[in-house]
Design a protein around this ligand. Structure first.
Ligand code: ADP
Ligand code: MG
Length: 745
């Protein structure tokens, strides 16, 4: 194991610009910049996304028909054969045939419709092919992934070191099934491989595969990183605290770096990966810990919520709070009464009554003479909340205002001046709330609903509008613990884990084509009882037009099927006032069946609706389905969620089964995360997600917890990180600009 130096001189050459590394000129430095590689250290941290185990290369003479395998040989001939009489249909065309030979035989590598690859191969090139073996008169490997190991004439600059590594034509490390039989031969083979490409010096035949960008080739990057490791590897400094390296049994940085880029064996990879995953999480969590520490130590508003205020607010609600709501109200009260600003996340399943709890906090602030703001993701929802609040507040002195994007210039100006003058106590709005021109007189409490639709950024902006206001964020759907720690790790967490009394579980059915008739019967029964029905169509990513079409046709189907009832159509393209009218009609029971695209996803509260029909249910994420299902079952009545679905894959079948069988949002969220991964879980990655490259939030949950605890403990003991200057610098460099720390000052 390398001895770790802890010097932190900024003169350390690994922080030097890449441009000065041999093999990188100004032009290449620029291209590497596209991969965010600027310094030598960046380059070293450009870890492989995969590996290729070349120790399993097979001899051509040993190939069996239909097996999928890796072979290596020399290019003996390249030709393009026109397509079999289908003329131009081959498009970019024809069939490319490359003859490849090793010392035991010859095989034809054949690519259909990819003749444009022709120039990649030159006679004499050493190539690696991966694919399935066919026999059509002669031995063939069809559409193989390929990697050109060495070109004739050498390639210091790496220009010729081609590999189709745009992700389509390359090897995956998966095929590491060992071929015991040929072991001796293969060892020999590897030796030759190395001789053929002296620059690669992969150990044990394991070759790294790096993420690339246009203009940068696999072979070049391998050489470059190898060189950086050889020349600068010894300058790498340990950024993690020594004690943690030991207690968490982490591989020290230099060893880990060497093993990540050129492992001796596949077994060496996991410890190295674990170290980098830990480091990544640790740094991000340290940033969150610093942010949290700052918020907690800055003076905020200490509200007073005595018995009188408390009783007054409760008196506004037409029901008693549940035990879970009571617990959370207590947590919120303690935060509000404390000197530091509240910074809390409220999680709870759909319909668990988060809004009411939030309202408690908002009103408590207003009762203390502050302004309060509630920010929600959609205008429909803002409208609904505003109505709910007005209902609760009927006859009170609290002045509320709805601020959404759609209002006229004049109206908006008027609203803004009221907010600024303090003539409004409670503002409910969309992201229009965070725009620059919105100024408050005395903002003391901010509630952000459906948090993950907003980013850390918006949260920070809104916080900035007040004099260190208390902040409560609520999530639309439960979030797996691993993710909430990651996303909201700077927040304290409250959970409402109980539904209000009198709810019956929503009966969820998966409806196939055959069952549709029967299902319409059930819907008719409900309509006859005076209940209402939601019908939701999925959003088709690329095409708003298509969405509209399917929803429009859907509405037509329902109109024909249920002529005696009124069907309305709501979609994203309608103007706000039209949307409002439709929603209002539905609320007033002027409309019985509301067909819509996903706009109703979040938060809509219409207790009289007892049927939720979801068309193409297989296209929704689990969390979304659960959220939609939560729109019904809000009264004591039996409710139904009908999933119209015709899933094609086993995967989507199992997803549907999950939603049918499981009513617990937290469990569904875990499952959704497991199936779709953290990126897809939130729809996009732009919402303040840390861009973990190594850590895997589904696999590394335990590591996440450990690294988080360690980071928080470290910051608690040493908030200025004075003992770890290098670590501090790294955290600040990496995260200050990424909003996490910048707005906290
Ligand atoms: P969430 O925001 O968590 O999805 P809401 O706050 O919208 O849930 O509450 C869902 C429904 O339950 C609303 O109709 C609300 O009036 C009602 N509700 C909330 N808390 C209670 C309670 N303690 N007892 C009875 N009904 C409640
Ligand atoms: Mg809600």
């Amino acid at each position: 194991m390398a001895v770790v130096r802890t010097t932190t001189t900024t003169r350390n050459p690994v922080y030097g610009p890449l441009q000065y590394l041999k093999g990188v000129g100004p032009w290449r430095a620029q291209v590497l910049g596209k991969l965010e590689l600027h310094t030598i250290r960046d380059l070293l941290y450009h870890l492989p996304r995969d590996y290729q185990d070349r120790s399993t290369i097979k001899k051509i003479s040993q190939l069996a028909f239909n097996e999928t395998t890796t072979i290596q040989g020399q290019v003996k001939g390249v030709r393009v054969v026109p397509g079999w009489g289908r003329g131009r249909r081959w498009g970019r065309g024809g069939i490319l045939e490359v003859l490849v030979a090793d010392d035991t035989g010859t095989i034809a590598a054949t690519w259909f419709n990819m003749a444009f690859l022709k120039n990649k191969f030159k006679i004499g090139d050493e190539v690696l092919l991966f694919g399935r073996i066919h026999e059509r008169g002669h031995l063939q490997i069809i559409n193989p992934e390929f990697d050109i190991l060495s070109s004739r004439g050498g390639d210091e600059g790496g220009d010729e070191g081609e590999s189709g590594s745009d992700g389509k034509h390359e090897h995956k490390a998966e095929h590491k099934h060992n071929n015991k039989r040929g072991e001796v031969d293969e060892r020999h083979e590897i030796h030759e491989t190395r001789a053929a490409e002296p620059s690669l010096s992969s150990k044990g035949g394991i070759v790294p595969i790096y993420p690339l960008t246009e203009g940068i080739k696999q072979h070049y990057l391998r050489q470059l990183i190898r060189r950086a490791l050889d020349d600068y590897g010894s300058h790498l400094e340990e950024i993690l605290p020594e004690g943690l390296i030991k207690s968490r049994e982490l591989v020290p940085i230099r060893r880990a770096m060497e093993d990540a880029h050129s492992p001796e064996s596949m077994d060496a990879l996991e410890p190295a990966r674990r170290r980098f995953a830990y480091e990544e999480i640790f740094l991000f969590q340290a940033a969150l810990a610093i942010r949290r520490q700052k918020i907690h130590t800055e003076p905020g508003n200490a509200f007073r919520i005595g018995e009188k205020i408390d009783a007054h607010i409760r008196g506004r609600f037409p029901f008693r709070l549940t035990v879970a709501q009571e617990r959370v109200v207590k947590e919120i009260r303690e935060d509000m009464e404390g000197p530091a600003p509240m910074n809390r996340l409220l999680q709870g399943d759909v319909g668990s009554g988060k809004t009411v709890v939030a309202l408690y906090a908002l009103l408590a602030a207003v009762a203390n003479g502050y302004q309060a703001a509630l920010m929600v993701p959609t205008e429909v929802l803002a409208g609904q909340h505003s109505r709910t609040v007005d209902k609760y507040l009927a006859g009170s002195k609290v002045r509320t205002l709805l601020l959404v994007g759609g209002s006229s210039q004049k109206q908006r100006k008027e609203n803004l001046s009221k907010i600024k003058a303090g003539e409004v106590d409670l503002v409910i709005g969309t992201h229009a709330l965070v725009s620059k021109d919105v100024e408050f007189k005395r903002l003391g409490m901010v509630v952000v609903d459906e948090q993950h639709k907003f980013g850390v950024l918006q949260r920070a902006y809104l916080r900035h509008k007040g004099t260190r206001p208390d902040v409560l964020v609520m999530t639309a759907t439960p979030i797996p613990r691993s993710l909430s720690l990651t996303l909201f790790g700077d927040l304290d967490i409250s959970i409402i884990d109980q539904l209000p009394p009198g709810r019956t579980p929503v009966q969820t059915e998966w409806v196939t084509k055959k069952m549709e008739g029967q299902t319409y019967g059930l819907i008719r029964e409900e309509l006859k009882k005076g209940r209402q029905v939601f019908v939701v169509y999925p959003l088709v990513e690329e095409s708003e037009k298509l969405d509209l079409k399917s929803a429009t046709e859907g509405a037509e189907t329902f109109r024909q099927e249920f002529p005696e009832f009124k069907t309305g159509l709501l979609h994203g393209r309608l103007k706000q006032d039209v949307k409002d009218v439709i929603m209002n009609d539905f609320r007033q029971k002027e409309i019985d069946i509301l067909v819509s695209t996903i706009v109703i996803e979040v938060g809509i509260d219409i207790p009289n609706a007892t049927v939720m029909v979801i068309e193409h249910a297989e296209r929704f994420g689990l969390a979304q389905l659960h959220q939609l299902r939560g729109r019904v079952g809000r009264s004591g009545e039996r409710s139904y969620c009908l999933l119209f679905a015709d899933p094609k894959s086993a995967d989507s079948r199992s997803r549907l089964q999950t939603i049918v069988n499981c009513g617990d949002g937290f469990r569904i969220a875990e499952e959704d995360l497991r199936i779709r991964g953290p990126g897809a879980f939130f729809g996009t990655r732009q919402h303040g997600m840390p861009d973990y490259r190594v850590a895997d939030l589904t696999r590394d949950v335990a590591l996440l917890k450990t690294a988080r605890d360690d980071a928080f403990k470290m910051v608690e003991n040493d908030p200025a990180l004075s003992k770890y200057p290098l670590l501090k610098k790294t955290v600040l460099d990496r995260y200050t600009s990424r909003i996490i720390l910048s707005h906290v000052v």
